[in-house]
Unconditional design. Structure first.
Length: 367
């Protein structure tokens, strides 16, 4: 009897093991099926998005006269270069659509299969996010600098002879731009600007506290100090003379308020650059998780096939418009930077001129 019981127990264990193997194999095959779909959808959608974006960019540059300034091969190369600056911005959009389609196609799978598929999808998402991070921080800045230099050369507005005379180079001006800075330099520059900005804010507050209420209120509104974070204050019994108070209000306070506004604008440009370089990496994870849940939750709709047609048409139209706006937005940014390069060069030259004139005046006075 004991021997029979042992045989029955062993046979049951063997039967369970044999039944478990096919079940695990089926789950593994299902996961690989979803992963393959995921990869195929992503590559297909990304390719369509890239073609749409490049086509829109070529049309835009043709309207701008790029194909008249350059020969066709060089103009197309320039368009490719411009398009590559927006390369990583296409990834979150393509990933969101691919993710939605994969999880939307899961008919009867339970939540356990959903989470398992979600985890397996990270095999694609993690390398994509790492590549995006590297491209946005280490490749795109260099490409944008090259593109801006090309635009400036095409427009022929850069004062080469004047810049050479005063020892100012385009590379020198470009290196001061947030778009060309490394992560370490950009972070250090943001910290430096924040320190300078806070110093001007504190000085403005100190100068305000020296003025009587009427004069302080007028200066506070005129210089828009509230918008940059200066706390209103005034002196109940001013100790300085009227001339000194007028000098403080119209000269010293004005200079520090103007400086604070300039630093604030420069700080915003640097912060926008930092945010722009980290945005795509963060959007990849947000898009993946959000559209995975959205696709899975909408799979029970009875009018699924009808919705599929409308969804494809809407998504295709949305992607085309979004990709065009993104790519052309980068092109517009590069054009703006090219104008700024010329303006900054003239400012640098003016600064050198003023410095030389001051040196000459000092030497004359000493003689």
């Amino acid at each position: 009897m004991i021997l029979k019981k042992r045989i029955v127990i062993v046979s049951n264990k063997v039967e369970k093991q044999l039944n478990a193997v096919p079940h695990q194999t089926i789950i593994s095959k299902m996961n690989m099926k979803h992963f393959k779909k995921f990869c195929i959808y992503f590559i297909a959608i990304f390719s369509i998005a890239a073609v749409c974006g490049f086509t829109g960019l070529v049309i835009k540059e043709a309207d701008n006269g790029t194909f008249y300034d350059l020969d066709t091969k060089e103009a197309l190369g320039f368009c490719v270069q411009l398009g590559l600056t927006a390369f990583t911005s296409l990834i979150p959009y393509s990933l969101s659509v691919a993710t939605f389609l994969v999880f939307w196609a899961m008919d009867r799978e339970k939540w356990t299969v959903f989470f398992r598929t979600l985890a397996i999808g990270l095999i694609l998402v993690l390398p994509l996010s790492a590549m995006t991070y590297y491209f946005d921080w280490f490749v795109r800045p260099h490409m944008m600098v090259i593109s801006v230099g090309k635009i400036v050369a095409m427009k022929q507005t850069y004062p080469n002879s004047l810049a050479d005379k005063y020892g100012v180079s385009m590379e020198q001006i470009l290196n001061k731009k947030p778009m060309s800075m490394s992560k370490t330099k950009l972070t250090a520059q943001i910290d430096s600007l924040e320190t300078s900005f806070q110093a001007d804010i504190d000085t403005c507050g100190l100068l305000l506290s020296m003025l009587p209420d009427t004069l302080a209120s007028k200066a506070y509104d005129c210089y828009r100090l509230e918008r940059i974070g200066v706390v209103y204050q005034y002196a109940v019994h001013p100790t300085a003379s009227e001339d000194s108070l007028m000098y403080v209000a119209h000269t010293e306070l004005y200079q520090h308020a103007f400086g604070a506004w300039e630093i604030s604008n420069e700080l915003q440009r640097h912060k926008q650059e930092y945010f722009g370089r980290t945005l795509n990496t963060g959007c990849i994870y947000i898009a993946y998780i959000l559209f995975a849940f959205l696709g899975y939750l909408l799979r029970f709709k009875p009018i699924k096939k009808i919705l599929a047609v409308f969804a494809v048409l809407i998504v295709a139209s949305w992607i085309y418009n979004e990709i065009n706006s993104i790519v052309q937005g980068y092109a517009k940014k590069l054009n703006t930077e090219s104008h700024q390069i010329v303006d900054d060069t003239y400012k640098e030259i003016d600064g050198i001129r003023e410095s030389k004139e001051q040196e000459m005046n000092t030497d004359t006075q000493l003689e």
